[in-house]
Design a protein around this ligand. Structure first.
Ligand SMILES: Cc1ncc(COP(=O)(O)O)c(C=O)c1O
Length: 357
């Protein structure tokens, strides 16, 4: 009789057998600056309100499958144009998967710049799309001509552009994004996960382009734990993606938390403002350190280059600070570290540790 391992080896797709599960570093007891989370707690009164309200949620029932109330709240808080439809995902990670699966006709290609968010490429593989990675310039700016040449050559059905980009933190010029969308024969997803920190958006221009949608998330704003991403665009696109969305993908507790916290959106907006100020202050201070290259960031993290990223990462870890070591991720990221912006105290600790290296 075959063992389970033999069965799995025989039946699982080879490209899935070849990868590892998404790695999440243990962070217990550490200053956690590796995942671009909002480091602040919610105020006590709001936490108490959550406790009271969540106790009333009917968790014996399936959730509202459409997330209608959450969509209404998002529209109101974010001022989403009424011409656009919304789709909600279990994090924007799920929306990336939904869009990829929906467009993955045999032979279809997905294009993304590199380095960028790793889940684009991962989902191209899962959806069995051909993946086309176009390198950024060494300073991480967009080489628009190179992207346009790849578009002409590969005719991608799907393009992901993160605005601002992760892990580089920079915003590509809107005029360049516009050129990409105009030339693209397929759908361009403008991923605005870091919108609260960039405060600029493609949304105002979206109606001009039949082949673009905007995707965002509540994760970076302060609700990473509830897993709620959303995308909006022309109803013709969103209606198709809704067919690929697993039913009940947004659980009742997620929906309830979102509804309550969105009533207090000013709290999260205030925290984002603090993080923006902290980002700029930390960036200025780090820039003055010798041997430290700090790249411009419109997100809630900084990309820096140090002489020896592996050594810096280990020493920060020894000092109880967890960041992301990007060395080895992509040739352009050699000796790069990604530092999420923490509380003012955490940022002081991070600066102190980096200064003493
Ligand atoms: C550019 C970008 N898009 C999407 C995501 C995924 O966010 P979510 O937590 O909504 O799945 C991330 C997370 O780091 C990101 O950096």
């Amino acid at each position: 009789m075959k063992t389970p391992a033999q069965f799995a080896a025989e039946l699982v797709r080879p490209e899935i057998r070849a990868i590892n599960a998404y790695p999440v570093a243990p962070a217990t007891g550490m200053i956690k600056l590796d995942a671009m989370e909002n480091p602040f707690h919610l105020p006590d009164a709001l936490r108490a309100e959550l406790g009271r309200e969540l106790a009333e949620v009917a968790i014996n029932r399936y959730p509202d499958a459409s997330g209608a109330a959450v969509k209404t709240a998002l529209r109101a808080v974010l001022g989403i144009d009424e011409r656009f439809s919304l789709i909600l995902g279990n994090g924007s990670d799920e929306l990336i998967q939904i869009v990829a699966v929906s467009l993955a006709k045999p032979g279809a290609a997905m294009l993304a710049v590199e380095p960028s968010f790793v889940m684009y490429r991962a989902n191209a593989m899962l959806a069995q799309m051909r993946y086309v990675g176009v390198p950024l310039r060494p300073d991480f700016t967009l080489d628009t001509d190179l992207v346009l040449a790849a578009i002409a050559r590969e005719a991608p059905a799907l393009i992901f552009l993160a605005y601002p980009n992760n892990p580089t933190g920079n915003l590509f010029p809107l005029v360049d994004i516009e050129r990409v969308v105009r030339e693209a024969p397929g759908l361009v997803v403008i991923d605005e996960a870091y919108h609260p920190f960039a405060q600029v958006s493609f949304a105002d221009r979206l109606a001009e382009f039949p082949n673009a949608i905007v995707m965002r998330t509540l994760s970076k704003l302060g609700l990473a734990g509830i897993r709620l991403g959303y995308a909006f665009g022309d109803p013709a696109w969103i209606a198709e993606f809704d067919k690929t969305r697993p039913p009940y993908n947004l659980n009742s507790l997620t929906q309830a938390v979102a509804l309550i916290v969105l009533k207090h959106a000013d709290v999260l907006a205030g925290q984002a403002a603090t993080l923006r100020a902290e980002r700029d202050a930390l960036s200025d201070r780090l820039r003055r350190l010798p041997h430290m290259q700090v790249f411009p960031s419109a997100a809630n993290f900084l990309l820096v280059r140090v002489p020896d990223a592996n050594a810096s990462f280990s020493r920060l870890q020894d000092a109880g600070i967890l960041i992301k070591n990007l060395h080895g991720w992509h040739p352009l990221l050699s000796n790069c570290l990604r530092l999420s912006i923490g509380t003012p105290q955490e940022n002081v600790a991070l600066f102190g540790a980096l200064q003493s290296m």
